[in-house]
Design a protein around this ligand. Structure first.
Ligand code: GLN
Length: 295
């Protein structure tokens, strides 16, 4: 555990400029060994000041003000306790869209944009019907619906709060009329609803034993139910792939995100359940991240 580094209250002078506050927070974050001290400081100072990060840098000489300084001290203390900036802001960016977060939703990861990209490339020409299993904040489904104005979709999640958050995100991003969110366990809740052209999922895939070794930002702040994939990390794939054929329309595709080293076992698992392996897609780091099946 990293030692707690207190922000020296003198360093955050309520009469000081935005630039001085930025330097103080950045310094404290760097001393605490946070991964991205400059970026995090910039985002949080901008949030405290109520301006966009880009605007902040153009106006560093302006005073921050007492209220904003107090807000910033609170944000900085939370970040120093390893709360991710997106949790502090309560929203994150994904596929160029903003998503509100809840404690029951994972912070959307850039890797998952590969799933959106892959699914879009495989979507049929006619109006696609989409199913997102374990929708969380709704980021995958909402991004797909935002790109394909003719598509409609269902997001399923075990958490009622996640469904509420996803519904709000769909509405805020202008796709609420084409999205429905259903509380339920994997595919069980959808027993009589086959015929999807696209089934997508970023399920929990971390092997149980690896959970304690995750970064504190993830371990302490992402919901464990969105991470824990059981003993070998593959429990969710067993459930999803077993129902895959029943959910897909003829010509439909199922695309799942996988963890490092899971592409091969997940491909085999799908074939065991009568799905046809179609392709792999790699994330920006070149890691096989998405496995695509047909029926
Ligand atoms: N990609 C996430 C992480 O690395 C894990 C999300 C998941 O289990 N689907 O923390």
């Amino acid at each position: 555990m990293t030692g707690h580094v207190a922000l020296d209250p003198v360093a955050l002078d309520p009469g000081g400029t935005r630039g001085a506050a930025l330097a103080a927070v950045r310094g404290a974050f760097a001393r605490a060994g946070l991964d991205e001290p400059a970026l995090d400081a910039r985002i949080l100072v901008a949030e405290a000041a109520g301006v966009r990060p880009g605007v902040l840098l153009a106006e560093l000489e302006r005073p921050l003000g007492a209220d904003a300084t107090a807000r910033l001290a609170g944000f900085a203390a939370r970040r120093l306790a390893h709360e991710p900036v997106w949790r502090i802001l309560g929203e994150a960016e994904f596929w160029g869209l903003r998503f509100r977060l809840a404690p029951q939703t994972l912070v959307p990861r850039p890797d998952t944009e590969t799933l959106v990209e892959t699914a879009l490339a495989l979507a049929p020409g006619r109006a696609p019907r989409i199913l997102d299993l374990g929708t969380g904040s709704g980021c995958i489904l909402v991004a797909l619906l935002a790109e394909r104005r003719d598509a409609s979709g269902i997001g399923l999640d075990r958490s009622e709060e996640a469904c509420r958050t996803a519904r709000e995100n769909a509405r805020a991003n202008g796709v609420g009329d084409r999205a429905a969110f259903v509380v339920g366990d994997w595919t069980g809740a959808l027993a009589p609803a086959p015929g999807f052209d696209l089934v997508v999922s970023n399920p929990p895939y971390i092997p149980e034993g690896d959970l304690p070794g995750l970064a504190r930002e993830v371990r302490a702040h992402d919901p464990v139910r969105a991470l824990d994939g059981g003993a070998d990390g593959l429990d969710a794939y067993r459930a999803i792939l077993a129902r895959g054929r029943d959910l897909l329309a003829p010509g439909g595709v199922l695309a799942v995100e996988v963890g490092i080293g899971q592409a091969e076992p997940v491909s085999r698992l799908g074939e065991t359940h009568g799905l046809v392996f179609l392709r792999l897609a790699r994330d920006l780091a070149g890691i096989p991240r998405i496995v695509v099946f047909g029926r």
